[in-house]
Design a protein around this ligand. Sequence first.
Ligand SMILES: [Zn+2]
Length: 333
Amino acid sequence: MVNYKDLGLVNTREMFAKAIDGGYAIPAFNFNNMEQLQAIIKACAETKSPVILQVSSGARKYANQTLLRYMAEGAVEYAKELGWEHPQICLHLDHGDTFELCKSCVDFGFSSVMIDGSSLPYEENVALTKKVVEYAHQYDVTVEAELGVLAGVEDDVVAEESHYTKPEEVIDFATRTGCDSLAISIGTSHGAYKFKPEQCTRDPKTGKLVPPPLAFDVLEEVEKKLPGFPIVLHGSSSVPQEYVDIINSHGGNLPDAVGIPEEQLRKAAKSAVCKINIDSDSRLAFTAAVRKVFAEKPGEFDPRKYCGPARDEMTKLYKHKIIEVLGSDGKAE
Ligand SMILES: [Zn+2]
C-alpha cells in the first residue's frame, strides 16, 4: 500500500473547491510517455497551474503501471526543480471500469480515480460507484463518476451514440454514491473526430466544419440541481486546425477532424465545470511536430531530434490551454 500523500501528490477536493469559487477549471492532461509528462509539468510549473495527470487503462498497458506511478512521483520532484515551490499535482485514473482496477490504483499511490459506470443501467452505476467511493474515501482518495454517455473513441472506451446526462438523476446519484465530482455528457466527445460531417455546418470561407454547440441548457439544469458540485467535461480537445493542416500537408491524413471550439470551453470553465479533459490536442501537437521534422530533415534518425520539438510544441499547447482557455494559471503558487 502506497499513500499518495507520501509521494507529494494531492487529491482533487481543494483544487475543485477553489476552481468553482474562482470561476476557472483545472486541466486534466493524459500522459503516456516521458516527453508528454515533461511538457505538462514544465507548462504547469511555468504558469503555476494546478494539474491533474491522467492515466487511462490504455496508458497503463502501453507504458506499464509501475513505471507510470514512479514517473508521477518524479514529476513532483521535477516541478520543484523547475522552481515551483508547492506543486499541486493530482494522479488520476481515467475511465476506471471495475472496482478492482480502482482499488489497485488507490493502493498504488493514485490520489484520485474515476469509476465510469456510465454504460451500465442506472442502478448498477450507482452500486458500483458507491462501492469505489467507500473504498477510496478510507484513504482520502477522491472519486469521479459519470452519468450520461459520450460518443467517440478513447482507448478502450467506445460509444456509437451520445446520451445527454439527465439532470433529474443527478441529485439522487450524487447523494447515494457520495462521489466527489461528476462527468456529464453535454455534447463533448472523445477523439479527434468528435462530430460526423452531417452533424456540422461548413464555414463557406474556409470549407472547415463547424461543430454543433454544447448543450449549455443541460449544464445549467445540472448546476441548479447540485449547486457548487464539481462537474467534469471529458472529450474537450479543440482539434486545432493548424495542427491538422501541418499533419495533412506533411504526409498525414486526417480529413474533417473536428473538436470543441475553445470559446465554448472558456464559457464552461467559468461555470461549475472545474475539470476539463484534454488528450487529443497534445497527440496532434506531437504528431504535427514529428511529421514536420521527418518531412524537412529526412536524414534525421535521432529520436531526440524529433521528440524534442514535439515536446516543445506540447508545452506551448498546454500553456495556451492553461492561460487562454481554462484560466488556471497562477492558482497554485
Ligand atoms: Zn474520457
